[in-house]
Design a protein around this ligand. Structure first.
Ligand code: DLZ
Ligand code: SF4
Length: 510
């Protein structure tokens, strides 16, 4: 006799999942399904699909070992209906059971699909986050601006992380970001993220994904992700021991030959549910308390997890399903083909895209200040860019990716998240990376055939949106700089920017 079906989604692979905690092993059946509906609604990177399917299969095995009954659909099963709701309905009729107990999905599209099920569905909130939707709403209520920094302080107080007994932050400051903007030097001895050899089961997944998703952007070669909790915990341990001490220092730096620097690459595991936010932060705090890592590294890392990650989730659910269609700046240019690997002469973009193809990973500054910055400057459709980020990164799920893209990176939400657009000329990229040295453009040239496209498009962007931004106090300096330039130079810049955009639209190599 089966009483209830418990769907567990590909990003709900946590043993403390709310619905599992509320269920009964003896009468309930867990439902997990690899379906084309989820795997194809954007052309996910094959490594992302392989990671999710491999982790789902191992999680199902772990549940069975704990005594759960698991109804698991593999992608190639002949009676697979290829949608989450289709699989729940199929198992409902197979088991003669019309009750479903689900943990709230992380995406409006899937929430809608569950709401529409013609079954008795009860949904429990996802408790794997520090701030519930109600808590975030309470924080946001009545505020004119929803700035991450203030939300972050609330989370510090709530968790007690890096707090002194008297309620003040450790070290006297809440935020040490100013210390995290150093350049990095290539270093052969810099440790790398921990790599895991694929098990036989993961190899079978890799072969299947190669067959069905091999045409998608991204390579499956050299798959090394952790695919279960035990491995993810090892990856955390490795990060905390070897990479964290310099995490702060190189956090914003970019090097052609070092995809990871001191980044943790734990976000895929965290977002799948293999690790929890508090255990990661407690480990990082312990390293600092033991005197093994500096405060700027520990604080910078903890802020990303309890501040930024929770904050963007709060925004996603507060803003509702239409958030992803926002386009405040009216940008409509199609996403250039070089985002999918077509040639580009811009060394920075080429490096970020090549690494993305190889690893299904790029770090925050590559996403924000290279690929995101270019799209914003060039006026690319935020929706096309959103689909790209959602597809190509192993850690990308809509609740976390879309506020980062639509809000933080593209300003398409009209300033809910960012107080000003994150645009920069080539000078920022040059300061933070070693990309420009090997580029066929010259970062110091402002006009002419070799002028860095970021230099030209930066001013074009500011002029396009002068009415909106000239009065923003955080942008005023940029407009003053422009006003001081010789009129002839300004004309040349705008003319060359237009010519560049025309070449982009014509499909020429830019
Ligand atoms: C991203 C993803 C992919 C590629 N495939 C599946 C799948 O086959 N089955 C599944 O249950 N979940 C998958 N997911 C994750 C879901 O899309 C995810 O649960 C929603 O995006 C909500 O965050
Ligand atoms: Fe990128 Fe410009 Fe530097 Fe080339 S010169 S790598 S396009 S910032």
């Amino acid at each position: 006799m089966v009483t209830r079906l418990l769907p567990v989604l590909g990003d709900q692979l946590s043993h403390d999942l709310a619905s599992l905690c509320a269920a009964d092993k003896t009468t309930d059946v867990v439902v997990m399904a690899e379906v084309a509906g989820e795997a194809r609604y954007v052309p996910h990177h094959p490594k992302k699909i392989a990671l999710i399917f491999a982790a789902m299969r191992q999680f199902a095995d772990e549940l069975r070992a704990q005594g759960w009954r698991v109804a698991y659909t593999q992608l190639t099963d002949p009676d697979n209906t290829h949608s989450l709701s289709g699989e729940i309905l199929r198992y409902a009729s197979l088991y003669g059971c019309d009750q479903v107990l689900a943990t709230r999905a992380g995406e409006w599209r899937v929430i809608g699909e569950f709401d529409a099920l013609p079954l008795r569905v009860s949904v429990v909130e996802d408790s794997r986050f520090l701030a519930s939707h109600a808590e975030f709403q309470a924080w946001a209520e009545g505020r004119k601006q929803l700035r991450m920094e203030y939300f972050y302080r609330e989370m510090r107080r709530k968790t007690g992380l890096l707090m002194q007994p008297d309620g003040t932050p450790e070290g006297g400051k809440w935020n040490y970001d100013a210390e995290n903007r150093k350049r990095a030097q290539p270093d052969m001895l810099r440790p790398k993220p921990l790599r895991f050899a694929p098990s036989a089961q993961t190899q079978a997944v890799l072969a299947m994904v190669a067959q069905h998703f091999g045409q998608n952007f991204g390579t499956l070669d050299d798959f090394w992700f952790a695919t279960n909790r035990a491995e993810a915990l090892q990856a955390l341990d490795h990060f905390a021991t070897y990479l964290l001490p310099s995490f702060g220092d190189t956090q914003d730096a970019m090097l052609v030959d070092d995809a990871f620097l001191n980044h943790a690459v734990l976000a895929p595991y965290l977002n799948l549910g293999l690790l929890g936010p508090m255990e990661i932060c407690q480990r990082v705090q312990a390293e600092w308390r033991a005197g093994r890592v500096p405060l700027n590294a520990a604080e910078g890392f903890i802020r990303q997890v309890i501040g930024w990650r929770e904050y963007v989730r709060g925004i996603y659910f507060r803003e509702g399903p239409y958030y992803t269609s926002r386009n405040a700046l009216g940008h409509t240019r199609p996403l250039p083909a070089f985002y999918w690997g077509a040639p580009t002469r811009m060394a920075c973009v080429a490096a970020a895209v090549a690494q993305t193809r190889q690893q299904a990973y790029a770090h925050h500054i590559q996403r924000l200040m290279v690929t995101g910055n270019f799209a914003l400057l060039a006026g690319v459709s935020p929706q096309e860019l959103h689909m790209w980020y959602l597809a190509v990164y192993a850690d990308a799920f809509e609740w976390v990716e879309s506020p980062n893209t639509i809000g933080m990176s593209q300003f398409a939400d009209d300033g809910i998240i960012a107080s000003k657009p994150y645009v920069s000329s080539g000078a920022y990229i040059d300061r933070m990376s070693d990309y420009c040295g090997s580029c066929s453009y010259k970062v110091k040239e402002k006009t002419g055939p070799r002028a860095c496209p970021f230099n030209l498009l930066y001013w074009d962007f500011l002029m396009r949106h002068e009415g909106r931004f000239a009065k923003n106090p955080r942008m005023a300096q940029m407009y003053r700089t422009w006003a001081r330039m010789a009129p002839g130079h300004r004309e040349t810049v705008l003319r060359e920017a237009q010519a560049l955009l025309a070449r982009l639209d014509a499909g020429a190599v830019v």
